[in-house]
Write a protein that binds this ligand. Structure first.
Ligand code: ZN
Length: 237
């Protein structure tokens, strides 16, 4: 099935799950900035992976809305009733903390995010598996700690081929995260830790020449990291 067909199949499924209006609202929320990511989500998340009925495991890199709130349908039922949900033990503690709202970055709509995380995690509570660095999701795919964006943010690394790192929100911006990795990010829970994680990750990716996937990079959302002008650049492909 080519990408266009996958996209159309995914958009149809997404509308069935959340309602047409909710999907339109989400797809238009960030205008042209979000369009490539939304198209990728339609094609690959909904059209390919999420249309498989027996998905056994979901990995949550962290508890932010755009990475967690997709686990429930419009009626707050788990979309994959048979799946287990993998989250780091530290991240689970972050969002289970009754005082989480006070600890969120000032740049965030704190109440909405804290309540939403609680609601979503409560409804999948009995399917949660808390893990630590080194946990193998499947053979050859393991969890690595990439804290800072949130205290328990995890990424995945896979062996084989070029090698692969799925970095969640550890690297979020096509220019700033690579050209200015030492700038503090307003939505990082721990700004300084976010910086050291970014610098470590970028150094490793540039040295190892492993493929990178990250959630907020422009379509196709995958590529390689190269050193440039005492910093880095993202080379899509
Ligand atoms: Zn995030």
């Amino acid at each position: 099935m080519d990408t266009r067909d996958l996209h159309d199949k995914g958009l149809k499924l997404r509308r069935e799950m959340f309602g047409r209006d909710a999907v339109e609202q989400r797809m238009n929320a960030f205008g042209a900035f979000g369009e490539p990511l939304q198209n990728m989500i339609n094609a690959y998340a909904y059209g390919d992976v999420w249309s498989r009925s027996a998905l056994p495991q979901v990995v949550l890199t962290h508890g932010h809305p755009d990475h967690l709130w997709g686990v429930l349908d419009a009626n707050d039922n788990p979309i994959y009733p048979n799946a287990s949900y993998i989250i780091s033990a530290v991240e689970w503690d972050v969002w289970s903390d009754p005082d989480v709202m006070q600890k969120l970055p000032a740049a965030m709509p704190k109440e909405q995010i804290a309540k939403g995380a609680k609601n979503h995690l409560t409804r999948i509570n009995n399917k949660i598996v808390t893990v630590r660095e080194g946990y193998e999701i499947i053979s050859g795919v393991r969890v690595i700690d990439t804290p800072g964006h949130t205290p328990g943010h995890i990424s995945l690394e896979a062996v084989g081929g070029d090698g692969l790192v799925i970095a969640g929100d550890a690297l979020t911006h096509i220019l700033i995260s690579f050209q200015h990795p030492s700038w503090k990010v307003p939505v990082d829970h721990e700004g300084d830790r976010g910086i050291s994680t970014r610098l470590r990750l970028l150094d490793q990716l540039a040295t190892d020449k492993r493929r990178l996937v990250a959630a907020h990079l422009p379509f196709p959302g995958t590529g390689f990291v190269e050193r440039k002008d005492r910093a880095y650049q993202f080379v899509a492909g």
